[in-house]
Design a protein around this ligand. Structure first.
Ligand SMILES: [Zn+2]
Length: 421
């Protein structure tokens, strides 16, 4: 049996109340194109696009066209002249078209199709592969994300992670984004994105999730950014607030790196300078993971009696903190480490130690509550966000970044169809 295009369309996308009438293969300027004429089923009444209630016909509008999912790389164009109906509630109004969404020039399955590809490729690449341009792909993703945000469920949130990302140039507030994640045992996903990392920005982001969704939160994980430290206890008075391990490690590494750079500057021209040269990443890595030549270089650096060596020792010693199960023991260790770092007379390390001292309680909360949250989740999501940010960076607009982050990390539901493309 020969397979007609209408047979394929009926097998993959059947719209209740409508039939595929004629299909044509047209040779257009841009190559081949399949044109599909759709008509209303004669025995079915039209429905109101607002309430989807059956309503008597009023008149016909002009023909509209929608881009459908391409077949064999050939563009598919759906054509239909929508009717207007007289709805008892909504008056004269355009009829409900199951494949249509507002003024979008693409069918709903086409938007979902493009959006699914945009999870694997950049929107620019998807635009190129399907010859629709990145703007169309972005429109599609944007619609799918809005749909997903409307249909997602936010109940049962237990652990939240609050993180920031620098995405533009410069240090102005709007060059940061605040990210809110769910990081408990049930789910790890991105829940919210707001521009800026000031107190008002985090408040806005949390409010958007709704007080009802936040009521079940028992653990909140964040970095040591002042604005967050202030807002979190206000929003979650009964929750355990803890500092994420990933952020502490990041801060410690920054301190060690600063010591190395200071050493480089003061030792310039002296033989010791050679000992630290090119060791930036080796120094930051855990010693147990440093092998071979890098390990030898590290040992040579240690014998050069530099501040970098002492900072490195402090960094390695601090690792032990994370292995504690008892808060009491962890506190003892922390206090001993802090006083050792303060005695070291290395400024960046002393500053770091003071920061830890100031946040002792929330740091120890991590030891106490770490089993309740997914401890590596914030770091994992942060890394993925960076990848998406880099990909979306070319578009330089916050709305593109926002949509792409939700799309790739929000685990949002998408409209389901019987056929998977
Ligand atoms: Zn209606």
């Amino acid at each position: 049996m020969d397979v007609k295009i209408s047979t394929l369309l009926n097998a993959t996308q059947r719209w209740e109340g409508f039939v595929y009438e004629h299909t044509r293969l047209v040779r257009a300027s841009g190559g081949l194109r399949i044109e599909v004429d759709v008509r209303a089923h004669k025995q079915r009444a039209a429905k109101c696009s607002q309430c989807q209630g059956v309503a008597p016909g009023y008149d016909h509008l002009g023909q509209r066209e929608w881009m459908g999912i391409p077949m064999w790389g050939i563009d598919v164009l759906l054509r239909y002249a929508p009717r207007r109906v007289t709805c008892p509630t909504h008056g004269v109004i355009v009829e409900h078209l199951p494949w249509n969404e507002g003024k979008h020039p693409m069918t709903v399955p086409m938007m979902v199709f493009l959006a699914q590809w945009a999870r694997r490729l950049s929107i620019k690449e998807v635009g190129e592969v399907f010859r629709v341009g990145w703007q169309r792909v972005f429109q599609a993703v944007n619609w799918v994300v809005r749909w997903g945000l409307e249909h997602r469920t936010l109940s049962g949130l237990v652990g939240l992670g609050i993180d920031e990302l620098h995405w533009g140039k410069g240090q102005r507030n709007k060059m940061y984004v605040t990210l809110i994640y769910q990081v408990d045992q049930c789910q790890r996903r991105l829940l919210g994105i707001v521009r800026g990392h000031a107190q008002k920005d985090l408040r806005r982001g949390l409010r958007r999730l709704g007080t009802e969704a936040l009521a079940s939160v028992r653990y909140v994980c964040s970095d040591m950014w002042k604005a967050y430290l202030k807002v979190i206890p206000q929003f979650f008075p009964g929750a355990v607030h803890m500092i994420d391990r990933f952020h502490v490690t990041q801060l410690l590494n920054q301190a060690v790196d600063k010591v190395r750079r200071l050493d480089m500057a003061t030792m310039k021209g002296r033989p010791q300078a050679k000992r630290i040269k090119g060791l930036r990443w080796t120094i930051l890595r855990r010693f147990s993971r440093v092998r071979g030549r890098a390990r030898q270089a590290l040992t040579r650096m240690m014998s050069a009696r530099l501040a970098t060596g002492r900072a490195w020792q402090l960094k390695e010693a601090f690792l032990h903190f994370w292995s504690y199960r008892s808060t009491r023991c962890a506190r003892e260790f922390l206090r001993a480490w802090v006083s050792r770092a303060k005695r070291s007379r290395i400024r960046p390390m002393r500053k770091f130690a003071e920061t830890l001292q100031r946040h002792e309680r929330i740091l120890l909360n991590w030891i106490q509550a770490r089993d309740e949250i997914m401890t590596g989740a914030v770091e994992g999501l942060n890394n993925k966000c960076r990848v998406v940010t880099r990909r979306a960076y070319g578009y330089r607009s916050f709305s593109v970044l926002e949509v792409m982050l939700y799309h790739t990390l929000g685990k949002l539901p998408i409209p389901e169809f019987a056929h998977r493309f």
